[in-house]
Design a protein around this ligand. Structure first.
Ligand SMILES: C[S@@+](CC[C@H](N)C(=O)[O-])C[C@H]1O[C@@H](n2cnc3c(N)ncnc32)[C@H](O)[C@@H]1O
Length: 217
């Protein structure tokens, strides 16, 4: 069930965020580690086209596009400011297999189909999380994979302990999660997709990365 637009809890203004801020060092290091993990994953599979939703500065995609010149990579994000920066960088690097477009969850455009869809550190900001996950899964070709991390009750507990009462910025940024409006579990993910999520990346209990494969026709 879709929720009433008027009662929505919102995160920060990502458009302005990416006009002012560069990728933090910790996030870049992790994105590079994720590129290595995805490279191993992709290596023996038939992946023709991959998309990353909520790509931000797209460090992972830039790495993968360089490594796999025969795969087409797309990066989508709600913020036009980061799409502009990424597009310019891809042009400068001559990466013709990597392109970026503005697009928003929970209602992704369905103009292309993919063999691999990823979404990292982004569902945490989206209230209609179940709908978003279902829509991402719909973008897959039969036999394709959806890989993502998600906010759970453990994530919320950690964040509530971690974020100080006077830290207005983080309270706003993670408002949806702190309000408990988008918490989900592996079991629920399996139920809504009708396919079993497998652990993709070992992380702490409050930040689990899963991969879910779409059945072949
Ligand atoms: C914390 S950043 C994560 C960036 C990158 N995926 C990573 O893991 O480093 C969250 C990203 O989600 C984007 N975003 C926020 N709300 C979104 C939405 N509704 N649809 C698509 N992207 C969104 C933001 O602009 C931002 O780039």
């Amino acid at each position: 069930m879709r929720t009433n637009e008027e009662s929505k809890t919102v995160s920060i203004d990502w458009e302005k965020h990416w006009e002012r801020v560069d990728e933090p060092e910790g996030a870049r290091d992790f994105a590079e580690k994720m590129a290595d993990r995805l490279r191993e994953f992709i290596e023996n599979k038939k992946i023709g086209r991959m998309v990353d939703y909520g790509c931000g500065p797209a460090t992972t995609l830039f790495r993968l596009a360089e490594y796999f010149p025969d795969i087409v990579f797309n990066g989508y994000d709600a913020a036009a400011s980061i799409i502009r920066k990424n597009s310019e960088k891809a042009r400068e690097l001559g990466l013709t297999n990597l392109s970026f477009e503005q697009d928003s969850l929970p209602n992704p455009r369905k103009s292309k189909m993919f063999d691999l869809v990823t979404c990292f550190a982004t569902l945490h900001y989206i209230e209609d999380i179940e709908y978003a996950i279902q829509k991402l899964f719909e973008l897959l070709n039969p036999g394709g994979y959806l890989i993502f991390n998600y906010p759970s009750a453990y994530t919320r507990k950690n964040f509530r302990e971690d974020i100080k009462p006077d830290d207005e910025y983080r309270r706003q940024r993670f408002a949806v999660l702190l309000a408990g409006k988008n918490l989900i579990s592996q079991r629920r993910i399996g139920e809504i997709l009708g396919a079993r999520p497998k652990k993709f990346y070992s992380s702490i209990k409050s930040n689990i990365y899963v991969s879910v494969r779409k059945a072949r026709d």
